[in-house]
Design a protein around this ligand. Structure first.
Ligand SMILES: *Cc1c(COP(=O)(O)O)cnc(C)c1O
Length: 352
C-alpha cells in the first residue's frame, strides 16, 4: 500500500473502510433516510452552522459551483482575491455564472489582508480558507468582518475544502454565509461528495439556478432525509461514521493535524528548504525545490519509498513540491513519514 502524502485524496479513516463493507442500502428507505439525516446533522456541527448542509454527489468543485450559482444572480458584483489555483477556480466559476468579477491578484503564496477586501460596492466576497495549491491559510473571520463593514448586505462564500476537520472553522460566528467542502480531504473519506453549508441568512437569500445544481430542490428533499436524485449513499455512510468518531474529540484531532504539518515544516527547515506560504495552513506543507533539483527527482525519491507526493500548480508548476498528512495518520506514523522525508532527501542532496 502506498503512503498517500498528497493533499487529496488522502489515506482513509478506518471507519470509512468499515462503512464500505456494509450491504447496499436503497436510498428511499427508512434506514437510508436516518443515515442521511445523521450525516447532515454531524456536518452542521462540523461547519458550526445553525443553517443547513446539503450533500451533493460530485467533488469539491461541484460544491463551489453550486454555492456561487445559487446565491448570486447574473450581473452581480463579487470580489475574488486570487492567491492560488483554487481561488483562481472560484473566480472562473463566478465568471461562468455570469457575475461581474473583480479579481484581486496576489502572488501565489501570499494572502489578502483585511484592508484589501474592505471595498464597498459588492454583493459578495469569495475566499479560499486553505489555499491547497500554495499551502497558505487566510484569516477568514477578519476578512469577512472587513468586507461586511464595507458591504453590510454582501454575502461571504468560503471554500473550506481543506480546512474542514483540519483547522477550526465556523460559519455564523465568523461572518461566513456559505461554505463548500468535499469528502476526500480532511474528512478522510474517498472522493465523491461535495458539501454546501448555508447560514440561516444565506438560506433566505437562495436564488436557485440549474437543474441538478438546484439547491432549493435539494433542500426540500434533504430536510426529509432524501436527495432529489440518487445519492452516493455509501459515501454518506462513510462520512457519518468518520464524523461520529472524530467530532467528539475535535480539539485533539485539530491539534494532531497542526503538530503533524509543523513536523513536516521542521524537517524541511533542517534540510534547508524554503516554505512557499506566507501564513501556513495545517492541511499541507509546500516547499520550493532546491536550486538544481527537479520535481521529478523529488517525486521519484519518495516513490522509491512507496510514497506519493504532489507537485506545483499554475505558476508554481515545476517549482515546488507538497506533502500532506491530512489523511488518517497517527503521531507515530507521522514521525515515520518525517524519517522517510529525510531519507528521500539524503538521496537527492548527498551530504557535502
Ligand atoms: C481539492 C480542493 C478543491 C476541490 O477539488 P475537487 O477535485 O473538485 O474535489 C477545492 N478547493 C480546494 C482548496 C481544494 O484543496
Amino acid at each position: 500500500m502506498d503512503w498517500l502524502l498528497t493533499p487529496g485524496p488522502v489515506r482513509l479513516h478506518p471507519k470509512a473502510l468499515e462503512a464500505f463493507s456494509r450491504p447496499q442500502l436503497h436510498h428511499r428507505t427508512e434506514p437510508a433516510r436516518a443515515l442521511f439525516l445523521k450525516a447532515r446533522s454531524l456536518l452542521r456541527e462540523a461547519f458550526r452552522t445553525q443553517g443547513e448542509v446539503l450533500i451533493l454527489t460530485g467533488s469539491g468543485t461541484l460544491a463551489m459551483e453550486a454555492l456561487v450559482w445559487n446565491l448570486f444572480a447574473p450581473g452581480e458584483r463579487v470580489l475574488v482575491p486570487v492567491y492560488g489555483k483554487f481561488s483562481e477556480r472560484f473566480a472562473e466559476i463566478a465568471e461562468s455564472a455570469g457575475l461581474e468579477v473583480d479579481r484581486l491578484e496576489l502572488p501565489y503564496g501570499r494572502v489578502p489582508s483585511p484592508d484589501q477586501v474592505a471595498r464597498p460596492g459588492y454583493q459578495g466576497l469569495l475566499l479560499v480558507h486553505s489555499e491547497t495549491s500554495t499551502g497558505a491559510m487566510v484569516d477568514l473571520p477578519a476578512l469577512a468582518r472587513a468586507f461586511k463593514e464595507a458591504n453590510p448586505k454582501g454575502l461571504v462564500g468560503a471554500d473550506m475544502v481543506t480546512s474542514l476537520l483540519v483547522r477550526e472553522v465556523a460559519l455564523e460566528a465568523w461572518g461566513v454565509d456559505a461554505a463548500a467542502s468535499g469528502s476526500q480531504k480532511g474528512l478522510m473519506c474517498p472522493p465523491g461528495l461535495g458539501f454546501v453549508a448555508l447560514s440561516p441568512w444565506a438560506l433566505e437569500r437562495l436564488r436557485p439556478r440549474g437543474y441538478y445544481l438546484n439547491l432549493s430542490r435539494e433542500l426540500k428533499a434533504q430536510r426529509e432525509g432524501e436527495s432529489a436524485w440518487t445519492p452516493a449513499i455509501n459515501l454518506v455512510g462513510a462520512v457519518a461514521a468518520v464524523l461520529e468518531k472524530v467530532l467528539p474529540k475535535l480539539p485533539e484531532h485539530l491539534a494532531l493535524k497542526a503538530w503533524q504539518n509543523d513536523l513536516l515544516y521542521r524537517v524541511g527547515a533542517e534540510l534547508g528548504l524554503s516554505p512557499v506560504p506566507e501564513v501556513p495552513s495545517p492541511a499541507v506543507a509546500a516547499f520550493y525545490l532546491p536550486e538544481g533539483v527537479s520535481y521529478r527527482a523529488v517525486k521519484e525519491a519518495f516513490a522509491r519509498r512507496q510514497a506519493v507526493i504532489a507537485g506545483g500548480q499554475g505558476p508554481l508548476k515545476g517549482r515546488v513540491f507538497r506533502l500532506s498528512l491530512m489523511g488518517y495518520y497517527n503521531r507515530y506514523e507521522a514521525l515515520g513519514v518525517a524519517a522517510l522525508f529525510r531519507e528521500a532527501f539524503a538521496d537527492i542532496l548527498p551530504a557535502s
